[in-house]
Structures are given as C-alpha cells and as structure tokens.
Design a protein. Sequence first.
Length: 194
Amino acid sequence: MDMFENRHAFWMADQAKGRAGESRRRLLEGHGESEKLFAKNIWWPLSGNFDFLHAEFEVPSHRDGSFYLDFAYVRPPHLIDWEIDDFATHGKHVNRRTFEYERDRQNQLTLDGWKVFRIPLDMIREHPRKCQQFVWQVMGKLYGDFKTSDRSELSLLKREIVRLAVGYKRSFTPEEISLPLVSVCSMRARCSMS
C-alpha cells in the first residue's frame, strides 16, 4: 500500500469513529470513487496531508435537516466546501426539483459563511494540473499557503493582517484593515465554541 492509500484509509477510519447514523452512512457510502480521485490526484499532491479536511461533512440546514459537503476544509478564519460534480448526477439527469435544491443549498451554505467551489469530475480526470492550480490559488488567496503543520510564529490576527495587506497591493489605513478583521474575530469565536 502506497503512502496515499495508507493515509487515506487512516483518515477515513478516524472520521468514521466519531460518526453515527446518517452521518456515518453518508461517509461510508457517499465518499466514493469521484471523491477519492479528488483526494488522490488533486489534494494529496498539493498538501501531503488531510489536516482540517473532512469528507461528507454534515452541516445543519435551515429546514431542520442537514447538508452533506463532499469535502469541508474547516480552518479558521474560513470555511471551504469543495464539491466534486459528476455530469451524470449534476447535469445530465437534473430535473426542476434537483436544480432548485442545488441552488438553495449553495445559497444557504454561502449565507452561513461557506465558500463553495464546484469542480467537475471530468476536469479532475482530464486536467488534474488545472484543478491543482485552482485549488492552490484558492488556498493561497485565503491562507497564504497550504502548510498546516508548519505553524507560523505570528498569531492568527497578525497573519490575517499580513494576508489583507498583501491583498491591498497599496498603502492602507488602520480603518481599512480593521473592518475585515472584525469578521475574522467573530468567525474565530464561532469556531472555538463548536
């Protein structure tokens, strides 16, 4: 068994330990070949780990149910949903109810602070490098890097100030930097309470 297969099996078993009922079933049955292909050909080559990544992550919905995310990357100050979309499921056989549900689901997740990224399965198969570049861009823009085990000596707040400063690409005032930091602090407080 190669390194990826070993780590992937361990990661899946570790997640299954803390789940029961529908959440466990969705993990064991919903994390199929498409999702594993993303993990193996896109995620693993970029990060070399599964830190902060959760398969078939359960998010309570506004209708007293749950949404299940293909991959949730939960690392403050952001919540990222990586959706792997197969054309047969999300395009070819779509009906009006499915179409409405998918849009409502994405709107609700966005409203709840999730950044939703949809990646076509065909792109993962045929253009893995393009997918890797996109994932790398997202992670770079939001976090500055992909390294999670290499903790910076800067606090989260200071790292966020540096990230915002790099994004401005110009001089900025303290007021300009403080407004986005309020949302970072509130997100951090919410994540630490859960």
